[in-house]
Design a protein around this ligand. Sequence first.
Ligand code: UGA
Ligand code: MN
Length: 404
Amino acid sequence: MVKAVKYTCAFVGILFKIFPYSLALTSKYSYRGQPQNTWKELALLHDLQHISLLLLELHVFGRCHFPIFLILKLGKSSLAFVLSTVLSVTSQTFAGQRCDCSEHDMPKDRTISRLRGELHRFQEQIRKSEATKQPQKQPAKPTIFVITPTYARLVQKAELTRLSQTFLHVPQLHWIVVEDSPHKTPLVTDLMVKSGLTYTHLHMPTAKDRKLLENGNSPPQGDPSWLKPRGVEQRNEGLRWLREDRRAHPGGDNQQGVVYFADDDNTYSLQIFDEMRSTQRVSVWPVGLVGGMKYERPVVEGGKVVRFHTGWRPSRPFPMDMAGFALSLKLVLANPEACFDGDAPMGFLESSFLQGLVTMDELEPKADNCSKVLVWHTRTEKPKMKREEALQAQGLGSDHGVEV
Ligand code: UGA
Ligand code: MN
């Protein structure tokens, strides 16, 4: 009986000695959220046990035959003291160390761990629900065919760069660029190639007799050095290519699409392309900074265009700027003769094209019933070259090899 008590005491003594270390190891590697002073607490606990239980062990192992104490008994009893002291010193050393597992450090880290777990669960749920979903077929957006006349001048590259970079943000856009030139120029060719857009590059020179009119009449709109409207042959060439190209494709006539005439110097909001994409026949909207006004626009009543807000000849059939309307590809294909009349009087160019295609009643108002300006008839100032010319006279002009 006495023996059994002694054995039990010895066994419990050993357990108590081992316990702090095993607890410490477990907490270090697998416990979550242990306070950082774990090691200190364990060391203190160990010291108390060390004093009380060492005495008990020493008393017991002198007589018992428990294997570990046999080893100690074979040596000197002081070996037990040495062993215990080593254990104590080790635990003290650990107590001085900060737990290197940063997740144990702060309560906020516990929150982060918990939230991470929740996030992971939600992500899994989403992944599973998406995997079970049937892929939905989006109806293809109608392509917007943008026809842009352009001509060589100092600001051409700047204008086309700005325009192309706007178009890059518009999905399903096909840019038809028509150079007012007897041939395609390297500047435009290179710009188109590098633009990243779907494009067609064409050229069509303006007839000489229609171009510059030195000190000519000053028409009410546009450049005073011009008598006739600009960009006419180029837009018509764009329309010709479009009709021919669509016919070449099977089912070309039925293709959903929108046609828009975008001059190279205007400013286009991305929203205007969203607005025009749903065009059934001819859609219309306001144009800012045009015709000597803050804006021109169709006036909408009861969802219909009833007249036009314009400062000049409101009696024109369609007193609108080129930037203020788009038409469906179907309408363009169904009316193969429809084109711009280069001989139309100034301000009647848009009307010359639209009057055979649509009536005012049929116009589809966009941009919140024509209450929002989403395109601006901006015009770029002609750069002054006085200094360049002065330097050129001295043979010190800018390098011709640098494309501007
Ligand atoms: C206004 C209208 O906004 C134009 O749509 C219209 O063609 C023009 O008047 C007109 O009827 O003359 P505005 O700013 O005065 O526009 O004209 P520009 O922007 O100088 O020219 C319109 C387009 O034609 C531009 O894309 C321009 O690059 C092009 N253009 C101009 C040529 O292709 N060749 C030229 O010699 C001049
Ligand atoms: Mn312009």
